[in-house]
Design a protein around this ligand. Structure first.
Ligand SMILES: NC(=O)c1ccc[n+]([C@@H]2O[C@H](COP(=O)([O-])OP(=O)(O)OC[C@H]3O[C@@H](n4cnc5c(N)ncnc54)[C@H](O)[C@@H]3O)[C@@H](O)[C@H]2O)c1
Length: 241
């Protein structure tokens, strides 16, 4: 099936998984709106064919404005990938309420606002892919804290709630749950090379943003037509170890 001319919005498009997904979709003929709080980064990803819009996904007014603008670019959306997110490495029981709230504001409320506003621009046949994490199965460990894992667990539940809420409108909602992926997200959390080596040895498999982009791009493609309310675990087999 062709995806030529289909319209997608990707949050977190300035870096890592969001950037790789936006570029992959573009390479397959999609028209892509790149949303990020890092506008310069989003512009770089968008290139000359795409469009970049600034957003703070945790902020309601900013999300409403950004998605309204995104909707005007090509008159609607056929797909949304919610990749904007932040990590937390503080050990679970040492986590402050402010750190916990930041995770929930960006990872949970941020995803909610993006699907709420993004879905207003969609019609029958549109598709959403939310980016969760295998930490919602493991409870954290390796790099991510329990608080991060808890926020991603909420994202997975929200994916199913959204699938229920939007299914009747013909909008499919799924999630990809990546394992340990080499992006600025994890490298900034592991700037100590020894710690990095330790974690990489424990995890066994480190993936690339491009590998996760393949999963996200498939979930929003017409080929995934029969898939709704599902989670695609893309972790190189970490959960099978
Ligand atoms: N890298 C991994 O190992 C891994 C594993 C599992 C899940 N994930 C998830 O994948 C998603 C993307 O992560 P990544 O590894 O590409 O990280 P990244 O840091 O490379 O990219 C995250 C992007 O989100 C943007 N962002 C953060 N807060 C924002 C906000 N409030 N408003 C708008 N944009 C915001 C950042 O500017 C950045 O461009 C995240 O949701 C993360 O939880 C990553």
């Amino acid at each position: 099936m062709t995806t030529d001319g289909r319209r997608a919005a990707v949050t977190g498009a300035a870096s890592g998984i969001g950037a790789a997904t936006a570029k992959l979709l573009q390479s397959r003929g999609w028209r892509v709106v790149c949303l990020d709080r890092n506008l310069e980064g989003a512009r770089t990803t968008a290139g000359s064919k795409g469009v970049a819009i600034e957003i703070d996904v945790a902020d309601e007014a900013s999300s409403i404005k950004a998605f309204a603008e995104a909707g005007e670019v090509w008159g609607g959306l056929d797909a949304l990938v919610t990749a904007a997110g932040v990590i937390e490495t503080t050990p679970f029981l040492e986590t402050s309420v402010a750190q916990f709230r930041r995770l929930f504001d960006i990872n949970v409320i941020g995803s909610f606002l993006s699907v709420r506003e993004g879905s207003k621009l969609m019609g029958d046949g549109a598709r959403i892919c939310m980016v969760a994490s295998i930490s919602s199965y493991t409870g954290g460990g390796y790099v991510a804290s329990g608080s991060y894992a808890t926020s991603k667990g909420a994202v997975l539940t929200m994916m199913r709630s959204t699938a229920r809420a939007l299914g009747d409108r013909g909008i499919a909602v799924n999630a990809v749950a990546p394992g340990f992926i080499d992006t600025p997200f994890v490298s900034s959390a592991m700037d100590d090379p020894e710690r990095r080596q330790e974690v990489v040895a424990a995890v066994g498999k480190v993936g690339t943003a491009e590998q996760i982009a393949e999963s996200a791009a498939w979930l929003v493609s017409p080929e995934a037509e029969f898939v709704h309310g599902s989670t695609l675990i893309a972790d190189g087999g970490i959960l099978m170890r």
